[in-house]
Write a protein that binds this ligand. Structure first.
Ligand SMILES: Cc1ncc(COP(=O)(O)O)c(C=O)c1O
Length: 454
């Protein structure tokens, strides 16, 4: 295997940081002026951007972004999946404009018929018959977790170490040496000790799942069908069907969050791999960037909920939000599902996802670089370790902040944006082969420099 010298990497990283500062004077200036914002950004996670300050953007169309210093980028970050249909895609913006400016009524406390259309379409794609709408995937997870506790009368949620499901208190847990749930490093002021709400094990470890379920207090297993927020961690054969069987055996609900793995196809991994969840969660991409989310439940879960007439599921019982289910989100979801994230669009996006993955893998093999790449349809991500990790803790342990920053800045300084939280690339309907090939050329150039290949 080819060694990458840390000294050399540090020098390259310094060079890329300098170029980034020199290239982006207007972004630096705006960032410097943002002292009235907590952390100098509209949302604190925007400080995750490599290079010490985020780019300020001016326009974004399809898979291209132009920043305030006049650079135009090929965007593979796509708002970390929020813009999987592309930035401001025409079909959605036409419907959104019609709702806002012509028909009128962004939020009214009244339904529109778009909700039924979207519900029926989600049923066609993912199978569950009953749907509720939210403004974010975080909200969908939070509210669905409450429903799972109500339906089962059990208190805990089982999650996988280093999972991410939005800012959901129950999920920021890792196992300690004894297997008990403790707060994950960095967890901001958890409201209660994690062991009170959560059981946590490693992804791909069915024996540990069974051991924890056997305590009899787990309302739901909450999981992505492949982890996507600690690199991509794919399920081993039999793991997801094993989860389904164990959930049924121990009277827990299986809750599948496909906010990111929707990239696998028009019906996500749920349809592709016949996952049969009791509760299903999605968000981000289905509104083309307009805040939205949804959770679906089976008739059996609805029947269990109906056994609890004392629970206030209508007003202030802890499930709901004034703007949730608003007319604008539903219009955006309808247009996006009907016209943009179609079967044909997915075929194109997945084909490019495969081209991207094959290209990166071939370069890693050619230069004998000990990294790996994993793909979920239109989404691919490389990780600085090989073989690809099988669970979240292992993947977290293999993180490499310097390599990560170098790859982000190398790409950004040459016109390609990768997702700031990881080395994820996502294809949208307007991504082209030429875009993927441009990435491949740059990726090869970065590897040749890094590994000092003559
Ligand atoms: C799997 C998964 N679920 C839920 C969320 C939360 O989405 P949002 O930030 O839109 O609430 C995320 C965000 O990255 C996610 O990756």
């Amino acid at each position: 295997m080819t060694e990458i010298s840390r000294e050399h990497l540090k020098n390259l990283l310094d060079r890329e940081r300098t170029t980034y500062r020199e290239n982006n004077p207007r972004s630096i200036e705006l960032y410097g002026q943002a002292k009235n914002l907590f952390g100098s950004v509209p949302m604190t996670w925007m400080n995750k951007w490599s290079g010490g300050f985020p780019l300020y953007f001016e326009t974004a169309q399809g898979n291209q972004i132009t920043d305030v210093d006049g650079h135009t980028y090929i965007d593979f970050a796509l708002g970390d999946t929020g813009a999987m249909a592309g930035h401001s895609p025409q079909a959605s913006t036409a419907a959104i404009n019609e709702r806002i400016a012509v028909a009128g009524g962004i939020t009214t406390m009244l339904p529109t018929s778009d909700a039924q259309w979207v519900g029926a379409e989600l049923t066609r794609r993912f199978g569950l018959p009953l749907w509720s709408f939210t403004l974010t995937a975080t909200d969908a997870n939070r509210w669905a977790v409450r429903l799972a506790r109500l339906a089962t009368g059990k208190s805990k949620i089982l999650v996988f170490s280093y999972c991410y499901h939005g800012s959901v208190d129950e999920t920021f847990a890792v196992p300690d040496a004894t297997g008990a749930a403790v707060a994950r490093p960095g967890n901001v002021a958890p409201p209660v000790a994690l062991a009170e709400t959560t059981r946590v094990v490693e992804f791909n470890d069915l024996a540990a799942v069974e051991r924890e379920l056997a305590n009899g207090d787990v309302a739901a297993i909450l999981t992505e069908p492949a982890m996507t927020n600690i690199g991509i961690v794919l399920p081993e054969p039999g793991f997801l069907s094993g989860l389904r069987e164990l959930a049924t055996k121990y009277n827990a609900l299986l809750m599948i969050d496909e906010t990111h793995t929707f990239s696998a196809g028009p019906g996500g991994m749920t349809a592709r791999d016949n996952l049969a969840p009791d509760i299903f969660v999605i968000g981000k991409s289905i509104g083309a960037g307009i805040p939205c989310g949804a959770y679906g439940i089976t008739q059996e879960v609805a029947d269990l909920l109906a056994n609890h007439p004392e629970a206030d599921l209508i007003d202030v019982g802890g499930v709901g939000g004034t703007l949730a289910g608003n007319a604008l989100s539903l219009t955006a979801m309808r247009a996006t599902l009907e016209q943009l994230l179609t079967d044909e669009a997915f075929s194109h996006m997945i084909e490019l996802g495969t081209r991207y993955t094959d290209g990166v893998r071939a370069i890693l093999e050619r230069y004998e670089i000990n990294w790996s790449i994993s793909q979920i349809g239109a989404r691919a991500e490389y990780r600085f370790t090989s073989p690809a990790p099988l669970n979240g803790s292992d993947s977290a342990a293999k993180s490499d902040d310097e390599l990560d920053e170098f790859m982000h800045l190398y790409m950004c300084n040459r016109g390609i944006l990768m997702t700031p939280f990881h080395n994820m690339a996502l294809m949208c309907p307007t991504t082209t082969q030429a875009d993927v090939d441009a990435h491949e050329r740059l990726f090869e150039a970065a590897i040749v420099e890094l590994a000092q290949i003559k």
